[in-house]
Design a protein around this ligand. Structure first.
Ligand code: HEM
Length: 454
C-alpha cells in the first residue's frame, strides 16, 4: 500500500514537472534563440545530492554515445567541460529550459555588460542563496530594494586600513608557510593555502593573529574550548552539513559525534560574534575607537545598535543584529574557498610555468629590493606589483569562471507579470546587440552570428 502511494506521488510529480517544462519551453520559444529541454532543474535539492553519484555510475557504463544531448547540461559545472563548444555550435546566446525556469546563456562581453548594469531588470535570484542564512539574512539573499543597504555597510570594511592589515597578516602567514615547506615536506599544498586563507580571514574578523599550522595528515580533535579561528574552520570545512541541517539540529545528541562537533562550532562562533558585538556596542556608546575588526566596521557603518531589531524590513540604513551576524558568516564563506582555491591554482600554474615564476621574481626583486618583508608597506608596494596582480587576476578567473553570464528567469515560482518582464528584458538585450537577421542565424544554430553580414 505504502509503495503504491509512493509510486502515485512520484508519477504525479513527474507529470507535473513535464507539464511545467513544456509551459516554460513555450514561453522560451518566444525569445527566438536555440533551446535545450532539461527535465530536472539543476537547483533541485534532491538532484544536487544524488547527481554526482548518478554520474559516477553512468561514467563507468558504456553509455556515453547513447545519452541524449541534454545530459551534457545535467552535470554540475557542465561549463568546465563544455567550455565554448555549445556557443561555437549555436551562437552567442542560447538557453536551457527546465520545469522551474529558463537559463539564458550569453557569451558576448557587450551584452553581458548590459545585463550586469541593468540590476533592476535582471535581479540576481535570491531563493537559491536562502540556504546561506545560517546566522541571519545577508547581502546574498537581500532582494533588490534591500541589496543597496547591505552593500553600503559591507563596503565599509574593505577600506585601505583593512587592506594594510590583510597585507601584513598575509605576509606573516606566507612566511610561516614557506618556512614549514622548507623544513618539512609539502603534505598538501591546497590544505595549507586553505589554512593561510582562513588565518587571514580569522585575524581580520577577530582582530587577533593566529599561528600558521602546517597540515601533516589527519588532525586530532581536542575537546578544549574552540577558539574563534577553530570554530570558523570547522564551520567552513563542513559548510554543506551546516547549511542543510542548521546549527540547532546539529547540536542534537542523537547525531554522530562529528556532526555534533559542527553544531558546537556554530554555537561557539555565534557566541564570539555576540561577544564582539557587545564590546563594540560598549565602545560605541562610550565614544571609544573600537577594536578595528570587521565587527567594528559593520557596527559603525550603520545605525544597527541604536535602533537594531531583526526582521525590520522598512529600514533604509544600517543592518540589524541578525543581518550583521548573517553577513559576517557570508563574508567568511564567500572569502575562504575562493581565496584558498585561487592561491592553490596560482601555485600549481607557477610550478607548471617556471618562466612566469622568473618573470614575477624579476618584479619582486626590483620593487622590494633587498629589504625585509616586515618593512614592506601595502600602500607603497602593492600598486607597483603589477605582474603579481596580473597573474592573480588570471588565476581568479580560472577559479570563478566569471566571463560567463547565466540569466535565470524563474517562471514557475513568480507571478506572471514578473516572468513577462523578464522575457521582455531579454528581448531588449537581444534587439540591442543582434539585428533581426543575426537573430535568425542564432535561432538556426549558425556559428558566430556576429560574423554574419546582415
Ligand atoms: C579570489 C578570490 C575571490 C573570488 C574569485 C570571488 C568571486 C566572487 C563572485 C564571482 C561573486 C559573485 C557571486 C554571485 O553573484 O553569485 C562574489 C561575491 C561575494 N564575495 Fe567574493 N570572491 C573572492 C574573494 C572574496 C573575499 C576575500 C571576500 C571577503 C572577505 C569576498 C566576499 C564576497 C561577498 C560578501 C560576496 C557577495 C556579494 C553579493 O551578494 O552581492 N569575496 N565573489
Amino acid at each position: 500500500m505504502f509503495a503504491l502511494l509512493l509510486l502515485i506521488l512520484a508519477a504525479g510529480y513527474l507529470t507535473w514537472s513535464l507539464v511545467c517544462l513544456e509551459l516554460n519551453y513555450r514561453r522560451a520559444r518566444a525569445i527566438g534563440i536555440p533551446l535545450f529541454r532539461l527535465p530536472i532543474d539543476p537547483l533541485n535539492i534532491l538532484f544536487q545530492i544524488f547527481e554526482s553519484h548518478v554520474w559516477e555510475v553512468l561514467d563507468r557504463l558504456p553509455v556515453k554515445g547513447v545519452l541524449p544531448q541534454w545530459t551534457t547540461y545535467a552535470r554540475r559545472g557542465w561549463f568546465f567541460e563544455d567550455k565554448a563548444d555549445t556557443f561555437l555550435r549555436l551562437g552567442k546566446v542560447w538557453a536551457i529550459v527546465t520545469p522551474v525556469g529558463i537559463y539564458i546563456q550569453l557569451a558576448d562581453p557587450e551584452a553581458i555588460g548590459d545585463v550586469l548594469s541593468r540590476r533592476m531588470d535582471f535581479p540576481r535570484p535570491t531563493e537559491p542563496y536562502k540556504i546561506l542564512e545560517v546566522f541571519g539574512p545577508c547581502i546574498s539573499t537581500a532582494e533588490a530594494e534591500n541589496w543597496a543597504r547591505h552593500r553600503k555597510v559591507l563596503a565599509a570594511p574593505f577600506n585601505k586600513s583593512i587592506m594594510s592589515f590583510v597585507w601584513s597578516e598575509s605576509l606573516q602567514q606566507a612566511q610561516d608557510l614557506i618556512e614549514a615547506w622548507t623544513k618539512d615536506k609539502v603534505h598538501s599544498f591546497s590544505k595549507d593555502t586553505r589554512t593561510l586563507s582562513l588565518n587571514v580571514l580569522a585575524a581580520e574578523g577577530f582582530n587577533k593573529p593566529f599561528n600558521f599550522r602546517h597540515w601533516k595528515g589527519n588532525e586530532k580533535h581536542s575537546d578544549a574550548k574552540l577558539s574563534y579561528r577553530d570554530a570558523l574552520q570547522i564551520i567552513l570545512d563542513n559548510a554543506l552539513l551546516l547549511l542543510v541541517l542548521r546549527p540547532k539540529l546539529l547540536s542534537s545528541r542523537f547525531l554522530p559525534q562529528s556532526w555534533q562537533r559542527v553544531g558546537k562550532a556554530a554555537a561557539a562562533f555565534q557566541g564570539y560574534m555576540r561577544q564582539m558585538l557587545d564590546e563594540e556596542m560598549q565602545s560605541l556608546n562610550q565614544g571609544a575607537k573600537g577594536s578595528g575588526s570587521l565587527m567594528t566596521s559593520l557596527v559603525r557603518a550603520g545605525d544597527a545598535y541604536s535602533t537594531g531589531r531583526s526582521g525590520v524590513n522598512d529600514r533604509t540604513k544600517g543592518l540589524s543584529v541578525d543581518e550583521i551576524f548573517g553577513n559576517i558568516f557570508v563574508i567568511n564563506f564567500a572569502g575562504h574557498d575562493t581565496t584558498a582555491n585561487t592561491l592553490a591554482f596560482a601555485i600549481l600554474l607557477l610550478a607548471a610555468h617556471p618562466e612566469v615564476q622568473t618573470w614575477l621574481t624579476q618584479e619582486a626583486r626590483y620593487v622590494c629590493k633587498d629589504t625585509k618583508p616586515e618593512t614592506w608597506q601595502y600602500n607603497e608596494l602593492f600598486p607597483r606589483l603589477v605582474r603579481c596582480q596580473a597573474v592573480m587576476q588570471m588565476c581568479k578567473c580560472i577559479a570563478a569562471f566569471m566571463r560567463r553570464t547565466t540569466i535565470r528567469i524563474t517562471t514557475q515560482t513568480r507571478f506572471a507579470s514578473s516572468h513577462r518582464d523578464g522575457l521582455r528584458s531579454v528581448q531588449q538585450v537581444l534587439e540591442k546587440h543582434w539585428s533581426l537577421h543575426e537573430r535568425a542565424h542564432i535561432l538556426h544554430g549558425l556559428t558566430d552570428p556576429k560574423s554574419v553580414q546582415g
